[in-house]
Design a protein around this ligand. Structure first.
Ligand code: SF4
Length: 108
């Protein structure tokens, strides 16, 4: 076995990994999209099953829809419980308007 070719292969893959990692880090920095921080807060109040029973692709999509007002009923989250998930989300959205002062409060 030629140990020198193994070493060169290792170094080549190491360098390639470093360059691609750097490119990914730069892309993440320059193409970063600012998201409404309420989406993360609402998502954290959902059950995190990502089951899709609400009709959305997952809890993050459901949280986006609740915050934007596209989803009008928080109980569409079938996996969520009224006292543990639904009501806290309604209370949170009542007290946290968007940057223009508007609130999109879903019903139960
Ligand atoms: S039904 Fe609830 S737990 Fe399931 S994906 Fe929708 S928001 Fe998440």
């Amino acid at each position: 076995m030629d140990y020198l070719s193994v070493l060169w292969s290792f170094l080549l893959l190491l360098g390639l990994g470093a360059v691609l990692g750097l490119l990914l880090a730069l892309a993440a920095k320059f193409f970063h999209v600012e998201e409404d921080p309420r989406i993360k807060e609402v998502e954290d109040m959902l059950p995190h099953y990502n089951c899709g029973a609400c009709g959305y692709a997952g809890c993050h999509d459901m949280a986006e829809a609740l915050v934007s007002g596209a989803c009008k009923k928080v109980s569409l989250c079938k996996a969520g419980k009224k006292d543990k998930n639904h009501e806290p989300i309604i209370e949170y959205l009542k007290t946290h308007p968007d940057k223009d002062g508007n609130t999109n409060v879903p019903s139960l």
